[in-house]
Write a protein that binds this ligand. Structure first.
Ligand code: ATP
Ligand code: MG
Length: 214
């Protein structure tokens, strides 16, 4: 029996992946929200799920510790995608990568004047590329969460973060001023595994593609 391992993160990606798994005939035997197990079996004896941090999914798949995984485009942009085949945009966990500033900050003016901007973000590669393409000089400040706080306490002028409803920005008197790119989650596949286990992996890719409507 050829074992197939799929890497997922808890929370919204797991929840939104359940219907796609169902379409591939895969039902997890436990929920990672209630179980503390990091390896979760399924109704299909050859298929197992591993539960990892969202930003670690590409690493597990790249090294072949998982054959497939589901990762946000935000995470893939930071990782670089080396060694990963990305066959399907699953259209789940959708949001936008945005530049946000305190309400009243003249972002356009600062860009026009060629001001140097202090940018706080978890997404330093994405921010670096975005501002380089605009010809804006930036000091990047790496954070691991709660980016909204940075401009409020003088750590940064602007932030680069994911925005869905804008509720968190609004609650902190911030406003989105520029979209960097739309974000959704992608199926990622280890390239060697796709060749070696093609008969097992290709039907999963096909079922996910059909179920995600793309
Ligand atoms: P951790 O919570 O372990 O630090 P994380 O914050 O990246 O990791 P999640 O919040 O579950 O984990 O986000 C997982 C993925 O979901 C992100 O990589 C992104 O692609 C997507 N995502 C994040 N925030 C939103 C949002 N507000 N709306 C829709 N999708 C989102
Ligand atoms: Mg989170």
């Amino acid at each position: 029996m050829t074992q197939i391992t799929l890497a997922l993160s808890k929370g919204r990606i797991f929840e939104e992946t359940l219907p796609l798994l169902a379409a591939a005939g895969i039902t997890p035997s436990e929920s990672p929200e209630s179980s503390r197990k990091l390896i979760i079996g399924t109704n299909r004896p050859e298929v197992r799920l591993i539960i990892v941090r969202a930003s670690d999914v590409p690493t597990y798949v790249q090294h072949g510790a998982a054959d497939l995984g589901i990762a946000g485009k935000d995470v893939l942009l930071e990782h670089g995608g080396d060694g990963l085949y990305q066959p399907v945009d699953l259209n789940i966990a959708k949001c936008r990568m945005m530049v946000a500033t305190p309400v009243g900050f003249d972002y356009e003016g600062a860009v026009r004047r060629g001001a140097r901007l202090r940018v706080a973000t978890k997404y330093v590669q994405t921010a670096r590329l975005h501002f380089a393409a605009k010809g804006v000089h930036v000091d990047l400040i790496k954070l691991y969460g709660s980016m909204e706080l940075a401009p409020l306490v003088g750590l940064a002028d602007v932030i680069v973060d994911l925005v869905s409803t804008g509720g968190t920005l609004k609650a902190n008197n911030l406003v989105a001023v520029e979209e960097i790119c739309p974000i959704s989650s992608r199926l990622v596949v280890n390239q060697a595994a796709l060749k070696l286990k093609h008969g097992e992996i290709q039907p999963i890719i096909d079922a996910f593609r059909a179920a995600s409507g793309v």
